[in-house]
Structures are given as structure tokens and as C-alpha cells.
Design a protein around this ligand. Structure first.
Ligand code: ADP
Ligand code: MG
Length: 293
């Protein structure tokens, strides 16, 4: 590839809303056969809303919203923001937690009005020996089978409810997956979210391979494992928890709507946050490389 042709390619990319870090990046797209896609914020809008509040008998709904909302108000996670917003709408101003910490890939924990509160995955509550009742667990599973995300809420030593938030698939994602598949690439959905939600979203957009329930620090290992199988891997992501995987991938593509950390780690930024730009980027670089041969 001549430097001039590559520069022309990167210039054409900029017109398409594809920012390429350097001309040499295009070379790395040559052998890509697998595209790993982060779910939340990449395939989906990442903008969630609180849709259901399910409580254990004897647990007051407003109290649950107040305690869970207060903790989530301190977190930047899209799930947290949906819960905090929904809680404010229903119960008004939320108290400031006396203590707060984020448990990466699992949820949040802290103290609110003297109560030790947990909000997140079942495994976070299980770490504190809190277990959902059979009724709560089945309500949670029902929400998840509809592709919604359900998180457990517990305080003072007991699981007390489930909050359901729903994210929506971006209107362009299914078309983008068809375009990537038509380019001969195998799409793989990668997420920290649970398998039921991941499979529902994958089915909606036409992805067959799903790798779910992956902790943020383990996303990079998924890329490494695929590479060890001989795959040449592109990764598309948006979050802080995608940065290491974006850097490890043979080609990292960050959503322009995503976090700075992801954008810095990636080779390419898809300015519009539209997944179809990922297919455009690969098509463009193939064209660029092809013209030079
Ligand atoms: P993703 O890979 O889809 O971007 P994360 O790795 O950030 O997801 O989170 C994995 C899972 O951990 C979420 O699906 C949720 O169940 C739980 N979780 C993470 N952060 C929070 C939070 N602030 N509140 C509630 N649950 C959370
Ligand atoms: Mg994400």
C-alpha cells in the first residue's frame, strides 16, 4: 500500500464519519474475520428507563426506590441513571448516601439513611448471603426473557426487590450486522449482562454467537482467546470497560458517543455512534488496500 493511497483512504473515512488514527491502521483490517460487539451503548442505545418495580411482600415500594435510587444516583452506569431518574420521578428528592462504592461489573453498595444497601447482579447480593425468594427470582427471569435487565436490591441482610430497566436496540444495528455478515465477518456479542438478555438482544439484531456474563476485566481475555484460536478480531465498544479489549483487538473501533478512554484505546472512532459505520470502515479499508495492489 502506498502512503498516498492510505492517506486518501483516511481522508475518505473522515467524510464518512470514520476517524482513523493513522494510515497504517487500514493495513490491520486486511485479515479481520471476526467482529466482537459490546452490547450496551454499542448495539443498544445504552439509554435505559426504569420499567418495573417488583417488591418482596412486606417491602414498601417507595422505600425500595428511595434507597436504591439514592445509591444509583452516585453511579454513572446507564442502569444506575435509569433507576435514579425513575426513583426521583416517583418519590422525589433522594438522600445522599453516607457511603458508596462501585463494584465493577456487579453493581453498587453503600449506606443510605443507616441501611446497608446493595443494588446489582444476584452474585453481588450472594456475596453478602442475600438470596432472592423464588417469586422474585421468577419475576426477574420473566423480565430477562423479554430482553430487559433486572437488578436485585437488598438491604440490612435481605434481598427485597427487583428493579427492571430496559434498553433498546439502536434502529440501525440489525442492518449493520447484515452488512458485517455480508462482508464475510462473523459477529459476536460480548457483554457483562446476563445470558438471557444477551441472547434476546442478539436474536433481535441477527447475531448467533453470544459471550455473556463477562466481567469488565475479562473482556480483554475473550479477545485474546479468540486470537489464540487463530481469529483476526475487530472489537467495537464504547465504555471504560471495553478499553483494554479495544487495545488488544487487531482492530479497535470506538463509538464516538462513548467514553474518552474507549476512544483513546481504539484505532478508529465511529463519530456518529452508528454501527453501520463499522461496516463502512471495513469496506473502505478493503477498497483502499485493493486499489493499491
Ligand atoms: P456491559 O458489559 O453490558 O456494558 P457491565 O459490565 O457494566 O455491562 O455490567 C454488568 C452487569 O452488572 C450489569 O448488566 C448489571 O447487572 C450489573 N451492574 C453493573 N453496574 C450496576 C449498577 N450501577 N447498578 C446495578 N447493576 C449494575
Ligand atoms: Mg458498554
Amino acid at each position: 500500500a502506498t502512503p498516498t493511497a492510505l492517506l486518501v483512504g483516511t481522508g475518505r473515512g473522515a467524510q464518512l464519519g470514520i476517524l482513523i488514527k493513522g494510515p497504517e491502521v487500514l493495513e490491520s483490517t486486511r485479515k479481520i474475520d471476526t467482529v466482537v460487539l459490546d452490547k450496551t451503548g454499542t448495539v443498544t442505545t445504552g439509554k435505559m428507563t426504569l420499567t418495573d418495580v417488583i417488591t418482596e411482600p412486606g417491602t414498601d415500594r417507595a422505600t425500595l426506590l428511595r434507597l436504591a435510587g439514592a445509591l444509583e444516583n452516585s453511579s454513572e452506569h446507564p442502569i444506575a441513571q435509569a433507576i435514579a431518574k425513575g426513583a426521583v420521578q416517583e418519590v422525589g428528592d433522594l438522600p445522599d448516601p453516607e457511603d458508596f462504592s462501585n463494584v465493577e461489573g456487579k453493581g453498587v453498595q453503600g449506606i443510605v439513611e443507616g441501611h446497608a444497601v446493595l443494588v446489582g447482579r444476584d452474585s453481588l447480593l450472594a456475596d453478602w448471603s442475600q438470596h432472592l425468594s423464588a417469586d422474585l427470582a421468577s419475576a426477574k427471569a420473566a423480565a430477562e426473557s423479554q430482553g430487559k435487565t433486572a437488578v436485585a436490591v437488598g438491604w440490612d441482610g435481605q434481598a427485597r426487590g427487583v428493579l427492571v430497566v430496559a434498553d433498546t436496540v439502536k434502529p440501525t444495528s440489525a442492518q449493520a450486522i447484515r452488512q458485517l455478515t455480508a462482508l464475510g465477518l462473523t459477529p459476536v456479542l460480548l457483554t457483562g449482562d446476563n445470558t438471557a438478555v444477551a441472547q434476546q438482544i442478539a436474536a433481535e439484531v441477527g447475531i448467533e454467537q453470544v459471550i455473556a456474563e463477562v466481567l469488565p476485566q475479562d473482556k480483554v481475555d475473550v479477545i485474546t482467546a479468540l486470537q489464540a484460536e487463530g481469529k483476526v478480531v475487530a472489537m467495537v465498544g464504547d465504555g471504560v470497560n471495553d478499553a483494554a479489549a479495544l487495545a488488544q483487538a487487531d482492530l479497535g473501533l470506538a463509538m464516538g458517543t462513548g467514553t474518552d478512554v474507549a476512544i483513546q484505546a481504539a484505532d478508529i472512532t465511529l463519530v456518529r455512534g452508528d454501527l453501520r459505520s463499522a461496516a463502512d470502515a471495513i469496506r473502505l479499508s478493503r477498497k483502499t488496500l485493493g486499489t493499491i495492489k
